[in-house]
Design a protein around this ligand. Sequence first.
Ligand SMILES: Cc1ncc(COP(=O)(O)O)c(C=O)c1O
Length: 452
Amino acid sequence: MADALQRYLERTPASRRLHEQAREVMPGGDTRSSAWWAPYPIFVDRGEGCRIWDVDGNVYLDFLNNYTSLVLGHAHPAVLEAVGRELPRGTAYAAPLAAQVELAAMLVRRVPSVERVRFCNSGTEATLYALRAARAFTGRQRFIKVEGGFHGTHDAVEVSVAPPVDAAGPADAPVPVPASAGLPRHVADDVIVVPFGDVAAVERAFARHPGEIAALILEPLPGGFGYIVPPSGYLAGVRDAVRRGGALLIFDEVQTLRLSRGGAQEYYRVMPDLTAMGKIIGGGFPVGAFGGRRDVMDLFDPTRPGALHHSGTFNGNRATMAAGAAVLRVLDQAQIDRLNGLGDRLRAGLREAVHDAGVTAQITGAGSFASVLLTDRPVTGYRARAAVPAALQSRLHLHLLNRGIHLMPRGSLSLCTPMGDAEIEACAVAVGDALREMRPEIEQIAPRLLAG
Ligand SMILES: Cc1ncc(COP(=O)(O)O)c(C=O)c1O
């Protein structure tokens, strides 16, 4: 490990200097917890296609893609052209734009359950408003979420995101655990937490709280614990249980919209009532959107008495709308099929690389998402993911950075359209080489992962 750290320090002196300056003005030198890692993150100078360059001139294949949002990669010509054309006309005016109608119409055409849509500035706002709409529509307070599910950072969803397992109750009936200090005292009281993949747990929740549950929110392919494929029949089972319980089903498709033209709901053929969106639909600019059934979304219709208020100074701003529409024009089903095929080859290549390195690990994911999880236990939900040694995952991350692979510190990756077989191959080779070099560290921390 000392070697990998030493190499990282030697390769990144300019990042280190900037980090030291940053510490003088931002706590820990950081303004986004998920983009920080020890000893300090690389500072990026520029990105183009599927590569980024740090301020020291090191080049990385970008398998992070701003947490899956840059599905066309960096500085895509179609996005630059669209934004460049629009920006000279100003950016935001507190007035509706034709560009909003265009992007909204694209989403309504693409995403099967979305009949009406509203824009906001982040995925966090998208889940906040989807939950608020569900509460207003049903007149109920409580909601169900999946243990380990991440839905942004507003108070209501900051519950049981990555709870310490010894404080989280039984695996089949988890207790809600506030995810941060500083939350309202009773934030967990309205949240019922269920394990991923377990329809019976959802049914039990409705039986225990009849007439009280407004919604169930989940990511169809949960990213927080490794892009875990839903067991066969799970999403449909949840759909039925939520309908029978008189609540609304919210799919958080902030990440999964890239799985097909119509997102995970089309990919898995299960229709939610409401959908939270973000990331790819902003073309690299701040974005969120929530949409769904017309009768629910009409709660926001300002011509209605008692309409729900939904504001935001930069909602539907020109740059975001233009960039988002440019991405969706390029990202047709053929592009997505190609990307998902690359994803299949990446996961196969990673499995082979891990095997050849003599290490036991789980390769999870679907479509253009993948994770390398250093554990011998199949990861089917949050509890198994929580058992993965965090120290090993961070070391793998550092080893891969040293090999020019940029990915999530937690071992997850996503693809972008400028990638092809050469990049997939480079990633698998880097993972194999990193694991071979890590054998002494694995021996120390989790010796059972070493075969033979
Ligand atoms: C599934 C999911 N929901 C919500 C969010 C929050 O989105 P944002 O960071 O735009 O607020 C994220 C962000 O990573 C996410 O992955």
